[in-house]
Ligand binder design. Structure first.
Ligand code: NAP
Length: 484
């Protein structure tokens, strides 16, 4: 008869996903867990990003762990620091930090004798029965390759490296990029800077989402009646999955038409015809990750704001030179140029069965079965692996579902019914074929450049509905696995 094993588990990353994994492993009775975190504090993306205007762009009442409803969000879309506080509070309540090793970066992982041997910046950490890689998706800043960038005489930094306490008040600011980050920053800083020059390479569709405060009265009602909070979560989640998430994967044409209409009507707030023309994208609504903002169009029309659409020719000590020959003089240059989303788990050197290196396996394209597991890399589970749903969803919900799936396989190891679990190559191939067959139905494949597209030119997101994701995560199909 199979016997229950003591498991030693490594979690990589103390962001929202890694913290959740630690809580849920303990809850399952798996107590020998170490979370390796390369930074000195927890929080992942909500620790790294501290730019002005940082807010969640999913309604906050839908952005929470299932086990930690939060009645205290002050706004429809909570400010970033509140989300970081939420994570810290939960870490305190669950006494998580005793299992987190800060300043400890995983450098190498080798699969040897049925276990993962881990080497960190502190040295050899020994062998682990399973690894949960929760190292994040959007954390390698993408720096633009613009001639002369290093010659700029003023301050310059990427948005995810905002210097602590750095103020833009009274300064002439150049902001490169028009993604979610730059859009949030624009609305937040326009009234305090002397001049804002926003360098746009590609126009973006923007869905209006006013970030109204949640009055204390309302928060009091949520506090007093958790069922009300739950109802609100259910309503928002349903709205999100049935309309938005279904619309972008081609499963709800009516909802898609409405999205399009809202974005086009929103653009009508721009009164100057030339500015409106330059802000009008030439691709379909939702092809790039849809931006949510209630203040961007108002901000960019302020007298001290300028939308610059001539291409950037180079950076000079005094500012940004555009292709028309004009020098845009600035004091600070902010790079809202996004992230390399396809460096998942990089730069760790991960070696699976038979000496297979993950970086070599993924040289052409990053592929994982159902986004969670990889052939020849047994007992290695990813939260946020390639093809995870990365649309405008609540990441916390996605992460919990992926964790739940991984836990079912980990439980098999614990129960002694398996020592090594990895998906079959055929299962991965079939999954990838299905992804590629379905992707053309999605709006992301309709012809635009976005961070969803990986280096082999394919969209690396979940091409089906969120309901299908939930269903697929609910129970592993064991026939798709090699179980030794
Ligand atoms: P992004 O969406 O990748 O946008 C990067 C921007 O920089 C784009 O406008 C891009 O132009 C521009 N850019 C890049 N290189 C350039 C160059 N060499 N010259 C000129 N322009 C250049 O990055 P992001 O805004 O940081 O957002 C990334 C993701 O983070 C979002 O999609 C979202 O998932 C997440 N995010 C979430 C929140 C939230 O509240 N939950 C907030 C912010 C960000 P092109 O479009 O032409 O490439």
């Amino acid at each position: 008869m199979a016997t229950a094993r003591h498991l030693r588990i490594a979690v990589i990353g103390a962001g929202a996903s890694g913290l959740m994994a630690l809580i849920k492993l303990r809850e399952a009775g798996i107590a020998d867990v170490t979370v390796f975190e390369k930074a000195e504090t927890l929080g992942g993306t909500w620790r790294d990003n501290r730019y002005p205007g940082l807010t969640c762009d999913v309604p906050s009442l839908a952005y929470r762990y299932s086990f930690a409803p939060n009645s205290e969000w002050t706004h429809v879309c909570a400010p970033g620091p509140e989300i970081l506080e939420y994570l810290k509070r939960i870490a305190g309540e669950y006494d998580l930090e005793r299992d987190i090793r800060y300043g400890c970066e995983v450098l190498k992982a080798d699969f040897e004798n049925g276990q993962w041997r881990i080497e960190t910046s502190d040295g050899d950490e020994g062998a682990f029965d399973a690894v949960l890689a929760a190292a994040g998706v959007l954390h390698h800043p993408a720096l633009p390759d613009i001639p002369g960038l290093d010659t700029f005489a003023g301050d310059t930094f990427h948005t995810a490296r905002w210097p602590h306490g750095f103020s833009l008040e009274g300064k002439r600011v150049g902001l490169i990029g028009t993604g979610s980050t730059a859009t949030q920053i624009t609305g937040a800083i326009v009234d305090e800077v002397e001049k804002l020059s926003l360098f746009q390479r590609t126009a973006q569709w923007i869905l209006p989402l006013a970030n109204d405060p949640i009055p204390e009265e309302q928060r009091k009602a949520y506090r007093a009646n958790p069922a009300l909070l739950e109802e609100e979560f259910e309503r928002l989640s349903l709205e999100q999955t049935a309309s938005f998430a279904a619309a972008v994967v081609g499963e709800n044409p009516r909802a898609y038409a409405a999205l399009e209409r809202y974005c086009r009507e929103h653009l009508e707030l721009v009164t100057d015809p030339d500015l409106k023309r330059r802000l009008t994208p030439d691709y379909k609504v939702g092809c790039k990750r849809l931006i949510m903002s209630g203040n961007f169009y108002k901000a960019i029309q302020k007298p001290n704001a300028e939308l610059v659409t001539d291409g950037i020719a180079g950076i000079e000590p005094e500012g940004v030179r555009t292709a028309d020959g004009r020098l845009h003089e600035i004091d600070v240059l902010v790079l809202a140029t996004g992230f390399d989303a396809h460096k998942i788990m990089s730069p760790m050197i991960i070696t699976g069965r038979g000496g297979k290196r993950l970086d070599a396996e993924w040289a052409e394209a990053q592929e994982a079965y159902l986004a969670v597991t990889i052939p020849d890399f047994p007992n290695w589970f990813m939260i946020g692996g390639p093809n995870s749903p990365v649309g405008n969803f609540s990441w916390l919900q996605t992460a919990e579902l992926q964790f739940g799936y991984a836990l079912k396989l980990i439980e098999m190891i614990r129960a002694g019914n398996a020592r090594e679990i990895a998906p079959r190559h055929e299962a991965l191939r079939a999954f990838n074929d299905a992804v590629k067959a379905k992707m053309p139905d999605t709006i992301w494949a309709s012809g635009c450049k976005s961070w969803y597209i990986n280096k082999d030119g394919h969209v690396a997101s979940w091409p089906w509905t969120f309901d299908k994701f939930k269903a697929d995560m609910s129970e592993p199909v064991l026939a798709d696995y090699d179980i030794a």
